[in-house]
Design a binder for this molecule. Structure first.
Ligand code: PMP
Length: 306
């Protein structure tokens, strides 16, 4: 983290090192914040930083806030403008990750959501790969179950809910895997610690439905739109654990992960252990899309510089 980078905090643009909160802040005590994760891709050919699906991300942030009875001090558009200004103030000429969040900023003891002030902050960091997307990932099914939507809404990015992600991620990495796959409380395949999951079986793309306590991933939705354009059938349905082992291809999607292929689940090699042809096709279009080079999906990116 570059503490000298410019961030937005308490209605001001300032150095990240000056963006602090009191230890008694509600959000710090109870994880009462909702956040987003947005990528900016630097296009060498256009000499511009392109923000991926910025409108969708701020729409989801507002939806997360609504679920948690938060009152955003800024509109979706105002937040998007702040992101663009932060990008410009840092004069980014490389791939970047933006982290906007709304948090309960009052120093207040009760964990309630209503009548506690909310604030908005945004910081950023340079980021290329979050997971190594060149090699196949070796993942495990977590011994931790995904929190259910009736416990903490999983279709919102609620900070406190990420304790669940942290437990699964650490368990996986400390046991020698790259990532974890959660099952939901019913025992069906759900998602990764910070990624949605897709399988390919018999030429069909399969992913758990949004009712399976998964985040409504923006990359997930984008990959489904690309698949549609490629004429690849997509099925949203419950997936049993053992289907992972016999799938032709398995991959994660996410803002951080992008499209990350999985070569083994619980030490079972997926397909022939190489990146599958469907994953490769989707990845190619996805990479072109984030760089504003796909004619059909040009509207997905917003340039930072004029
Ligand atoms: N699931 C979880 C739990 C996540 O944290 C993320 C990352 N935001 C995703 C899925 C992927 O969502 P998106 O494609 O919108 O980044």
């Amino acid at each position: 983290m570059d503490l000298n980078s410019i961030a937005y905090h308490r209605s001001e643009f300032k150095k990240l090192s000056d963006c602090n909160v009191n230890v008694a802040t509600h959000a710090l005590q109870y994880g009462t914040a909702v956040f987003g994760g947005i990528r900016g891709y630097y296009s060498e050919s256009q000499k511009n930083l392109l923000i991926f699906r910025v409108d969708r991300h701020f729409k989801r942030l507002h939806q997360s806030a609504k679920m948690m009875q938060m009152v955003p001090p800024l509109s979706e558009k105002e937040m998007a403008n702040i992101l663009i200004q932060v990008a410009r103030l840092n004069n980014y000429r490389q791939n970047v990750y933006f982290r906007p969040f709304l948090y309960k900023s009052a120093t207040q003891l009760s964990p309630r959501f209503h009548d506690v002030k909310d604030d908005f902050s945004l910081y950023s960091l340079k980021m290329d790969d979050y997971l190594d997307t060149n090699k196949g990932l070796s993942v495990c099914v977590s011994s931790w179950r995904r929190i259910d939507d009736n416990i903490i809404p999983t279709r919102g990015k609620v900070s406190g809910g990420y304790a669940n992600s942290g437990l699964a991620k650490s368990e996986a990495v400390q046991n020698g895997y790259d990532e974890a796959i959660f099952l939901d409380t019913r025992g069906y395949v759900c998602e990764g610690s910070a990624e949605n999951i897709f399988l390919v079986r018999d030429g069909k793309l399969i992913t758990p439905p949004v009712s399976a306590s998964v985040l409504e991933g923006i990359t997930r939705r984008s990959v489904m739109e690309i698949a549609k354009s490629e004429g690849i059938p997509v099925e949203e349905r419950d997936i049993a654990r053992a289907e992972l082992y016999i799938a032709d291809e398995v991959f994660f999607t996410g803002t951080g992960a992008q499209i990350a292929w999985i070569s083994a689940v619980d030490r079972r090699i997926i397909g022939d252990g190489n990146m599958g042809s469907f994953t490769e096709r989707l990845r190619k279009r996805f990479v072109a899309s984030v760089l504003g080079e796909d004619a059909e999906f040009k509207s997905w990116v917003t340039p930072v510089y004029e």
